[in-house]
Design a protein around this ligand. Sequence first.
Ligand code: IMP
Length: 178
Amino acid sequence: MEFVEVKDKVFRRFISREQIDQVVQQIADRLNADYAGKNPLLLGVLNGAFVFAADLIRRLMIPCQISFVKYASYVGTHSSEEVKELIGLNEELRGRHVVVVEDIVDSGITMDHLLKDIGKYRPASVKLACFCLKPEAFLKSFKIDYLGMEIPNAFVVGYGLDYDGYGRNLPEIYKLEN
Ligand code: IMP
C-alpha cells in the first residue's frame, strides 16, 4: 500500500517490511554477540515499542528476559516537555544487564528521563536499542548503543507507532504527507 489514511490524515509508505526486517536482524545479531553469557533483561517502552520488542526478542538466541515500562510524553503530533511515569520500574533491574528497547527517539526527553530513573535501581549496565532516531529533533546527549536507522524530522506511524492511538497495526512505517 502506497498511501494509508489514519484518522484524518494521509500517510505515504516510507520504510518497507524488508527494510524493517533487515534493521531488526542487524540489532539482534549485535545483541546476540554482545550479551552472550550475560542474561540480559530487555525493557520495552510501552506502548510503541511492543511490536519492535516482539520482533527483536524472537531473533535473540541467548537466554534473556523481557519486561515493560510505560511512560507518556506525547499528545497528538507534537512532543511535550512534560514526562509522566505511568507504570514504574522495580527491583528486578538491580544487578541486571538492562537493554532498553524503544521504537523511536524524537526530542529524547522521554528516554532521558527513563534512563535516569533506571540508574536509580543500580543495574549492572544499561544500553539502549532503538529502532529509529530523528537526529534533527534530538535535544539530549545520551548514546543510542544499538540504532536501527536515522529518519527525517517527520511524523511517522505504523510498526507500533501511532497517531492518537491509531496506526500501530500497520506492518510498515508510513510518513505524514504535507
Ligand atoms: P520524545 O520524548 O520527544 O523523544 O518522544 C518519544 C516518544 O514520542 C516515542 O516513544 C513515541 O511514542 C512518540 N513519538 C515520537 N515521534 C513520533 C512519531 O513520529 N510518530 C509516533 N510517535 C512518535
